[in-house]
Design a protein around this ligand. Structure first.
Ligand code: HEM
Length: 232
């Protein structure tokens, strides 16, 4: 149980933090994602997990985030249980060899992904041109992440909700620092700080629902907040 929590919490929260950071540095992508959610879900209800598979652009953003910032960039170490019968990259692989797969490098390989491999461009997943390329943020084969479906749904839902409900802004207009920290999982070196404001349409709906009353008789208005998504 502890393994599931350990493997499932930091990876999903870190991926969400990278995704929001990327969107803050690419406001046109954020606008496009908001437009997709507005057209598909609207603002009369909150996005649900059932909506996520029907939001292709949101899913492209998620794929592109996991490509550039895979939650576990070196996957997990694997050890061969028997001598490998064939050579791998010209090397014999004897029993007991520890193998690390550098998914981070594979995902950014310009030979496979093109000269813009290092750029954030979710559209690359929209037209099928990346089909068949090695995208493996959840590993591959028998030891592949068993939480992949849950993770995609969870991050999709959280990200979709944050995009549907808030307008996002960088603090002081300064580009979000995208340096990577170290560890088995790949945290941001500088935790994200951002400004978010409830979107006018959602705020209005909330106001109508609550009649601007939180139930305690006190007027509640949604104001802008400075949101530190992660604390050191
Ligand atoms: C964005 C979120 C996530 C990412 C990027 C991720 C990534 C990975 C990777 C790369 C592996 C190693 C695969 C390999 O060695 O080939 C792994 C293993 C694992 N993951 Fe995830 N994971 C995520 C979310 C989750 C969630 C939500 C759960 C469970 C609730 C989970 C449970 C596990 C477990 C138990 C393993 C070990 C499997 C084994 O050793 O056989 N993960 N994950």
């Amino acid at each position: 149980m502890q393994n599931l929590f350990g493997a499932g919490t930091e990876t999903t929260s870190t991926t969400t933090e990278w995704a929001i950071s990327l969107l803050l540095n690419h406001p046109e992508t954020l606008k496009k994602a908001q437009a997709e959610i507005d057209a598909s879900v609207g603002n009369c209800r909150l996005i649900t997990a059932h909506d996520v598979p029907n939001l292709p652009y949101l899913n492209c953003i998620l794929k592109e985030t996991l490509r550039l910032y895979p939650g576990t960039p070196m996957l997990l170490p694997h050890e061969s249980s028997a001598d490998c019968k064939c050579k791998v990259g010209g090397y014999n692989v004897p029993r007991g060899t520890m193998l690390f797969v550098n998914a981070y490098a594979v995902h950014r390989d310009p030979v496979a992904w093109g000269p813009d491999a290092g750029d954030f461009w979710p559209e690359r997943f929209g037209d099928g041109r990346c089909d068949g390329l090695l995208l493996m943020p959840f590993g591959m084969g028998r030891r592949q992440c068993p939480g992949e479906t849950l993770a995609r749904r969870t991050v999709g839902l959280v990200l979709g909700t944050l995009i549907q409900c808030f307008d996002w802004e960088r603090v002081g207009g300064v580009e979000v620092d995208m340096s990577e920290g170290s560890g088995i999982s790949m945290p941001k070196a500088v935790p994200l700080e951002a400004i978010c404001r409830p979107r006018a349409a959602m705020d209005e709906r909330q106001r109508m629902e609550n009649d601007v009353d939180g139930g305690d008789g006190e007027k509640k208005s949604m104001t802008s907040v400075l949101l530190p998504l992660q604390k050191n």
